[in-house]
Design a protein around this ligand. Sequence first.
Ligand code: SF4
Length: 502
Amino acid sequence: MSIKCTTVKMTDNNGDLTFLNQAPSQWREAPDTPIAYASKEETIFLSGGLTLLQDQLIEAALNSLGIRFIALPNPDFASFRTGKAFGNRGQCNPTYFTVGNLVKYLQHLRDDKGLTTEEIVSKYVYITAGGCGPCRFGMYITEYKKALRDAGFEGFRLTAFDHEKGIFQGEEIEEQLLDYTPTFFITLVKAVIIGDIINLLGYKMRPYEVEAGSTDAALTKCRDIVSKAFLNHTSLIKALWQCRRELSQVTLDRLQPKPKVMVMGEFWAAMTEGDGNYNLYRFLEAEGAECIPQPIINRLMLSLWEAEQAHLKTAALAVENGKKVDFSHMKTRLLIMAGKTAVKTHFTLYAKAIGLYDYDVPDMEKLADLAKDYYTLECSGGEGHLEVAHLIEAVKHNLAHLVISVKPFGCMPSSAVSDGVQSLVTARYPQANFLSIETSGEGAANFYSRVQMALFKAKQSAKEEWEKMEKPAYIPQKVHNYLYQPKNRQIGTAARLIESLK
Ligand code: SF4
């Protein structure tokens, strides 16, 4: 452990109080001695923490741009424990999982791959997201640096996308290591969008597969086809069209009344597919549910919406104060509008190519309108008003039999929404089956038990909905084809398919 800033740290020996009454020392981020970093060409970038598929597609997409990039393995409980061992006390658990995952990977490079600490520090750079806001998100960079230093990797470089300030390369990074060109961002966003689309299809198909594991096998083939298209700079639309063949080979039995469960909540806890939320999606599927995840583009659209609102407000204030129109604001607004259009267009094109027809990019204005009576739209921490809007939308538009909001233990914005505001929403919409649940990284049994209880009610609703349906004498085979995705007032997939035959 570094000798700096350790004097007031509690020891790991329970009952040892020698840390008390010691003089505190000043925390400094920059290393004392200058480090000779590897050249830009030799630098290897690390990142991860989205869904498994998206991390792999991003690796292929960035490699196609000539960037030496490695996606980290999925964060697991060992990552969490490592994060706790080297991090500050009282952090939210995405911090522990993600920080610990990086430290764990660097330890693996050192202990299993035989790289020296100096080599690792000089050659590798971690890309993360940073930002401000009323939560620990603003502290992520410092938290990484503290944990890395205490784990013996002092001076390890970090570079961050800051959703408010643009790109932060880190004080110790003198040279621009990554060229954040429009091509870089467009390629990255394409990988995220395609990942979202394939994930959404996977969640629709897996619960109804006749042969266990066949959907995952098809999704792996789709991943390889798309990765190859990125690496060879060939058409992504054509690649997605080829994926249809793989998905069509999965035999489905879609006339099974299964409850639909919308999973939302804090971005990372709701999105991760592993120990970070106790493998919630796989658990729900094993219990007989169909999951509706929140794609990452929803968060992207929220960021664009927030940026647009901030610019509208600044422009309105300028007019109020009698200032002239500031054309730089107009340019930013135009860029935001172009960003929104590009995301929607790419999503629609790619979704149609692979055969996802019943999912639309969320209308942020509509969601804001649903939430505005319950949640101050200007509060932009965490997922802002989205959690409230999703619950109301799910009830009003018959989207799910159960809505689960996953929030990490210690998450400030999500706790305020789920425990506070959502109680008013559920009081006004008593038909909502809503479960707000914490993931602490250490309480799986309690977590599963609460999910099972809420799921029982959802299963009953799905069964009742199915039993009320009048079944036609002849049911065409097309209902089992993943490409057949009718939309109507029924919630469950099976009930929706039968309704569509009327
Ligand atoms: S939103 Fe919650 S979990 Fe996410 S960084 Fe902020 S405090 Fe942590």
